[in-house]
Design a protein around this ligand. Sequence first.
Ligand code: C5P
Length: 202
Amino acid sequence: MNSIVIAIDGPAASGKGTVSKAISEKLKFHYLDTGKLYRVIGAKYLEGHEPISVAKNLKTDDLDNYDLQKPDIAKAASEIAAIPEVRASLLKFQQNFSRKMPGAVLDGRDIGTIVCPDAKIKIFLTASLEARAYRRYLELQKTDKELKLETIIDQIKERDERDKTRSSSPLIAASDAKVFDTSNLSIKEAIDHVLYYIQTKI
Ligand code: C5P
């Protein structure tokens, strides 16, 4: 028997992480936030390490050693994520993870298109730039009171643009993905909508 794979992709701050985690808990599936893999390589790149060799030697312990939410790490992550050799090195790990029984939820940018093109369920979560930036603003403001909403709008716009236009595994909805726009939904509503859809498919 194969594992049931749920691929959840979408742009920055679309709520993928929160929705994916909640769904994995509800279904008792394994959960992988693939953005963390790129963020940890981005963090090491900022320390002066060479991203391709970091990607080749990445250990899962590394994922807990950094404050991966910082905006400069997000930016570095999207820069190193455009390097084909970095992506290739992470592919096997993600694909092996997706085979965990009874199922796995993976969130990222290219799960439904490249990492798990045969996933049983593919979801593309999106929301307006303003809605996404505002959510990230509320989150980051807890630790950085000086932070401005306009700065976050610019950072997210820049990151989305880089993720969408790179030649290696760009951010795009798989043709067979179900698209959800969460701009006007609370987190609970977004989780309920996605969960309902998943339950109709499995
Ligand atoms: O999802 P998150 O915002 O943590 O991802 C950080 C960056 O990692 C993204 O902006 C993107 O460039 C990269 N990424 C990717 N492919 C994935 C997950 C993340 O390119 N599957």
